[in-house]
Unconditional design. Structure first.
Length: 151
């Protein structure tokens, strides 16, 4: 006889400390719909988070920081990912090629939207890298001139 232990839940302060954000950030992400805990919580009850909630928050923070996303862009990216997850579930339940073709067709614009966002960030990073390379080249040139003068 196997008994499953109930999933552990964490309070907002514990989650904030673990993930490295403020409790205000977590509440704001809930308001934006990035974390679903707010609507599931009874009024006046403590905010409790599961391991899945924490993993989602960590992924959102990683994407925000890695890609330099605005919150609006982060919401859009998360919505596209949720839609793709729903399509993956439909794929697993579908039996016909017609259904699967419809799922693939629905997934393509979602991935295109995500890829467009990532490529825009890549372009910004590339531009910044070019600026830094130019500054470095200029500094090395000045350094060489100063060495020639005996400084």
């Amino acid at each position: 006889m196997s008994t499953q232990a109930p999933e552990r839940s964490y309070r907002i302060g514990d989650v904030a400390e673990r993930v490295g954000v403020t409790t205000r950030t977590i509440r704001y992400y809930e308001e934006l719909g990035l974390l679903g805990t707010a609507s599931a919580r009874a009024k006046g009850a403590h905010r409790l988070y599961s391991e899945a909630d924490i993993a989602r928050l960590e992924e959102l923070i990683r994407l925000r920081d890695l890609l330099g996303l605005t919150l609006e862009e982060l919401v859009g990216l998360a919505e596209a990912e949720e839609a793709r997850a729903a399509l993956r579930d439909q794929w697993a339940e579908s039996a016909t090629d017609t259904e699967r073709a419809r799922i693939v067709e629905a997934a393509i614009p979602l991935v295109e939207r995500q890829l467009e966002l990532v490529r825009a960030r890549q372009d910004r990073l590339s531009d910044f890298a070019g600026e830094l390379s130019e500054k470095l080249r200029s500094l090395r040139k000045r350094q060489a001139e100063l060495k020639r003068r005996g400084a």
